[in-house]
Ligand binder design. Structure first.
Ligand code: IDP
Ligand code: MG
Length: 151
């Protein structure tokens, strides 16, 4: 294991439903380090690039519409194994199938309104972080709990 970064987006439904703080809080309480964050009104071009691998699928256009419908909160999280850890905390894509205790399992009901996005692997994470953030928007700092988080 080595230090990784992942891209997380709190989707429009979660921002509108007042879940932004709750979701960020879960990552904070887990001890995950937040290194970048901003609210964005996403345009079609960015949404289509972000979901580019799904172009041609039946849910591509509805998903792009969903993401541009209202602001999102975009973040970069950093830590060992953070990509898989965040995917686990999010739960399965379909909130009906996501386990209780996960973000999607606790707060969502429908696959087309599934609360949160997290990169699915190291290559995707790199691509998505570059797409959404400039290098200078990502902070480098030492967090005071680092010595207490691991043995
Ligand atoms: P993921 O977000 O868990 O990685 P993907 O399969 O990569 O799931 O799908 C990307 C996004 O597209 C989902 O998070 C969801 O917003 C949307 N999506 C995927 N499958 C469906 C579907 O069957 N109906 C509606 N929306 C879907
Ligand atoms: Mg995906």
């Amino acid at each position: 294991m080595s230090k990784e970064r992942t891209f997380v987006m709190i989707k429009p439904d979660a921002v509108q439903r007042g879940l932004t703080g709750e979701i960020i809080s879960r990552f904070e309480k887990k001890g995950i380090k937040l290194v970048a964050m901003k609210m964005i009104s996403v345009d079609t071009k960015l949404a289509e690039k972000h979901y580019g691998i799904h172009r041609g699928k039946s849910f591509f256009e509805p998903t792009v519409k969903y993401i541009i419908s209202s602001p999102v909160v975009a973040m970069v999280l950093e830590g060992e194994n953070v990509i898989n850890m965040v995917r686990g905390m999010m739960g399965e894509t379909d909130p009906q199938k996501a386990a209780l205790g996960t973000i999607r399992g606790d707060f969502g009901q429908f696959i087309g309104r599934n609360i949160v996005h997290g990169s699915d692997g190291p290559d995707t994470a790199k691509f998505e972080i570059n797409l959404w953030f400039k290098t200078e928007e990502i902070s480098k700092y030492k967090k005071i709990d680092e010595g207490w988080l691991q043995e």
